[in-house]
Design a protein around this ligand. Structure first.
Ligand SMILES: [Zn+2]
Length: 728
């Protein structure tokens, strides 16, 4: 029998907790935080096409932030046509408000579970009970009259003709078509943001052992009759005797029962412990595994401990999954390796390794039997019955298929003599730069994502954190996982400081890879600013994005001030003043409707920064950005794919560099690379390169006085390309 199990990853600073139930054919996932698609790609054992169902405990972006990215990923898989999502009421809102950019050929069935009463779902491999809990005082969570049971399936799937018409339609038309297609029910758009859904899963019962000799002795013949008996049916022998399956088989073995409990704060305890499900001893007696997505202050409260003790203390396994108590555990290994390499050669522009998350000892570990804080990936057996509740700790390295060529290249690079002398050259250049008087430190740019369209193992989707003047920050684009990238780079303490001083999020255009990280960023900004009297973060974006985020405030705990491009407002002016910005141009560029580039001039000595967003080479951007000190330009394709660049309204590397040349930018840097691009060398022979230019990588963190190092960075990349030629 094939093993089935739960894989539990603890809550890290950069990634939220996840629980995957693995069965032979299907995968059932609980929670889908940001960067889920990136983790799925890294972990080859997941087999993305097998994901059938995702369960969500809350409507917070911590739980749902990765969903849209995962849909794009699933839609790209040939035999994947459908996915079921279960979660609290209001889940549909997320999709309703995302309809402007969520154009995928995937049927998404969204089930909003009842907010008062437990509901039982019979799925192929599992029976799942949903148990709503709340921090509010209701008369009764069981009163069915308050809100009748509703399970509604929405979907986002269109016939091909509808699909094509939709793609050809303008934004305004698209809005109405969606409304027609999906029959939006406006009355459903008000939700309880605080509701939490807990889950109890039970694997299917297993048939008992079949005894063929007993059957033969009772006059049953081999073949179809055996089949009928083993599937639980009775048969009649040719002598007219009825033989039941109970006569020839052991009784069925019960399935394995596990609970996933999220109890965000003490206020939820009443509802949890008195719920019609967990409040009944019968229901919890046979639960073998409990996963607690519960913070330590709640775990350590007396009432929660009493609750834990209600489970059968000599057998039930408890797994603790929270940010304070579970072990540090990196899941994005390829990217870690890449940055380690960059740091080895160019430490001054790739920063230091951030301090590890502090792991606190949980005081109740001693007093509760079978309680484990999540370590590495904690794997708990579900079946066969002999393995149920068996715990092992799996290393991420064992779950990914290593790229042998990449590993060899790394090895070669580390022992190459040329690399050693390049490293020395960089040390010298660096010393020279550091000895300069009046070093120009700001604006300092951190590239949080430098890949195009979908995150890859090495490159996240677009994001730039800009420290405009000392201690003041803005974001230029904010793709999914940008918050996690900041955490990976800076660590929690520094990120808290940054978010208190992050005054502006600017989004270039309405494509998911440039803005999906904004909701979590805004949620986090709100969390760190709680109780501080700071102005709300300003968002400047296309109107569709402003509407999207405004709509999402119905499900998220997050306030912000959203403005369409070029909207005049005192709050925007004040924000620019705080950031030391003298002028800002939202330059029209040639990509999708209402796509812009940003041209920013700073008060401090008039430094000019231009960022293209996504675009074809664009005269308007060249004119606006004329004489920029730094130009950041997308370079999605290598020059031999210019046709693709034209079709998809992107630029090639050669085109991006030419824009820099025409703009007379003092330094140009290319970014937004397709997965194929490894260096900047595949450009047309006629391209006139600017004097100073560079290639971006995730976690490149650079001040203006350090731009001369771009040249060394390119030398390193070229050296790698050279070494690659010799590796088989
Ligand atoms: Zn785009």
């Amino acid at each position: 029998m094939v093993k089935s199990y739960l894989d539990i990853s603890g809550e890290q600073n950069d990634l939220s907790a996840s629980i995957y139930a693995f069965f032979d054919k299907d995968r059932y996932f609980f929670e889908c935080g940001e960067a889920a698609q990136r983790v799925y790609k890294e972990r080859s054992s997941i087999k993305i096409g097998k994901i059938k169902t995702i369960f969500l405990t809350t409507l917070s972006w911590d739980s749902i932030g990765g969903l849209i990215g995962v849909f794009y990923l699933l839609a790209g898989i040939e035999d994947c046509k459908e996915v079921d999502i279960y979660g609290p009421p209001g889940l549909y809102n997320v999709f309703y408000h995302s309809r402007e950019f969520l154009n995928i050929e995937l049927k998404v069935n969204i089930y909003e579970m009842n907010s008062r009463i437990p509901q039982v779902l019979k799925l192929e491999q599992l029976t799942v009970t949903t148990i709503p809990i709340t921090n509010k005082k209701y008369e009764s969570m069981d009163d069915q009259d308050q809100q009748p049971f509703r399970m509604i399936s929405y979907h986002n799937y269109l016939q091909l003709e509808e699909w094509e018409a939709l793609m050809a339609a303008t934004c305004q038309q698209r809005k109405t078509m969606y409304v027609n297609v999906k029959e939006i029910q406006e009355d459903r758009l008000v939700v309880d943001k605080d509701l939490v859904m807990c889950y109890v899963g039970e694997t299917n019962k297993l048939p008992g052992r079949f005894y063929p000799d007993r059957a033969l002795a009772l006059g049953v013949t081999k073949g179809p009759m055996f089949q009928a008996l083993t599937s639980g049916k009775s048969v009649v022998t040719k002598d007219g005797n009825t033989v039941t399956s109970e006569q020839v088989m052991d009784p069925q073995q019960p399935g394995t029962k596990f609970a996933i409990i999220r109890c965000p704060s003490i206020e939820y305890l009443d509802s949890l412990t008195t719920s019609s499900y967990f409040g009944k001893q019968d229901n919890i007696d046979d639960i073998q595994i409990v996963v607690h997505l519960t913070p330590s202050d709640v775990l350590e409260s007396e009432r929660y401990q009493q609750f834990i003790k209600q489970f059968k203390c000599d057998t039930t396994k408890h797994i603790i999954v929270n940010n304070e108590n579970c072990e540090n555990y990196d899941q994005l290994l390829s990217s870690d390796k890449e940055i380690e390499k960059m740091r080895h050669f160019l430490p001054s522009i790739f920063g230091k390794r951030c301090p590890e998350r502090q792991v606190k000892q949980l005081s109740i570990v001693e007093s509760v039997q079978h309680l484990t804080c999540c370590q590495k990936m904690t794997r708990v057996g579900l079946a066969p019955p002999a393995c149920a509740g068996e715990i092992s700790f799996v290393k991420m390295e064992d779950e990914v298929s290593e790229d042998k060529k990449e590993a060899k290249l790394y090895e070669e690079l580390m022992k190459s003599e040329k690399a050693a002398s390049l490293r020395q050259l960089i040390v010298d250049t660096n010393a020279q730069l550091e000895s300069l008087e009046n070093k120009k430190l700001y604006p300092k740019v951190l590239f949080t994502g430098t890949g195009a369209s979908k995150p890859s193992k090495e490159r996240n989707v677009t994001g730039h954190l800009v420290e405009t003047i000392q201690g003041k920050y803005m974001l230029l684009d904010c793709g999914e996982g940008t918050y996690g990238q900041l955490m990976r780079f800076f660590g929690k303490e520094k990120v808290t400081e940054i978010l208190k001083n992050l005054d502006l999020i600017w989004i270039s255009h309405n494509h998911a890879d440039h803005h999906l990280g904004t909701p979590l960023m805004i949620e986090r900004i709100n969390q760190v600013r709680k109780g501080l009297n700071l102005p709300a973060v300003v968002l400047i974006a296309p109107s569709e994005i402003v509407d999207w985020l405004q709509g999402l405030t119905q499900v998220l705990h997050a306030t912000h001030n959203g403005f369409e491009f070029d909207k005049q407002d005192r709050l925007v002016d004040e924000c620019f003043v705080r950031l030391g910005i003298k002028s800002w141009v939202n330059a029209h560029v040639d990509h999708c409707e209402n796509a812009r580039g940003a041209v920013v001039e700073f008060v401090d000595d008039g430094f000019k920064l231009s960022y293209s967003g996504d675009t074809r080479p664009c005269e308007n951007f060249i004119t606006s950005g004329h004489g920029s000190d730094l130009m950041i330009h997308e370079a999605t394709f290598e020059d031999d794919l210019q046709g693709d660049a034209i079709d998809k309204k992107h630029s090639t590397i050669g085109e991006a560099l030419t824009v820099g040349q025409k703009m007379q930018a003092k330094t140009s840097i290319c970014t937004h690379f397709s997965q194929k691009t490894k260096c900047l060398n595949n450009i047309g022979s006629s391209v006139v390169k600017p004097d100073s230019y560079g290639m971006s990588f995730d976690f490149l963190y650079v001040s203006p006085y350090q731009y001369p190092l771009f040249k060394n960075l390119l030398q390193l990349i070229d050296l790698e390309e050279e070494l690659k030629l010799h590796i088989k």
